[in-house]
Each structure stands twice: as structure tokens, then as C-alpha cells.
Unconditional design. Sequence first.
Length: 115
Amino acid sequence: MSARHGTRYGFQGDGLGGRPRNPELFLPNGKPDYDRMRNEGTYHRGITCVQDLARDHRVGLLCSEEDPAACHRTLLIARTLTDLGHRVLHIRHDGTTENQDHVMRRVTGGQLILF
């Protein structure tokens, strides 16, 4: 914990990371299968942990990808959290924020997701 800023870091990469350890959670092209990942117990435990923390604290999820449209946080985690009723904002490199709905419109080219 940083006494100066009142922040703490808790690693959740095992459940919420974009590169799962289980080789069965990858598509034939080598990309992670987010639909299969979403059904894993470790993923559900990670989401539960984030929700529990969010009851009393602001929670930030970190990744090395700057553009949320190209990151598993948007395509996997934020989709789950918004489906559960949480508001998700993505912080960009210049300090501006972009909400999940706007990022998903960029990802889909404005096409509404029907499923």
C-alpha cells in the first residue's frame, strides 16, 4: 500500500489476465478464447474479487495495452462488469476517459451487439 496515495496493488492475473495458462483456452489461431475464459472458475473468482473491492473502494484494472479497443479488459472483463451493472471507464494515456459503451462501438464499428 502506498501511504502517500492510499493505494494498494493486488495481482489478479491468474483469473483476469489476457493470456491464460490453460492451453485449452486458446483458439486455433493462437488468440485467447474469451468466451471459454468467461466460463472458467478462476475468472469468476477474479470478477467476484473486483466486485467485492468495488463496494468500498475505487478499483483500477491495469494492463500494458494503452488502447482499450485492443485489450482483453474491454473485450472480456469490462463486458462482464457492465453486464453486471457496473460503470466502466477506460483511462487513456493522455488522462482522458472513455466509457465502455463508446469503446465497444469503436470495436464493432457502431454495430449493435445482439447476443
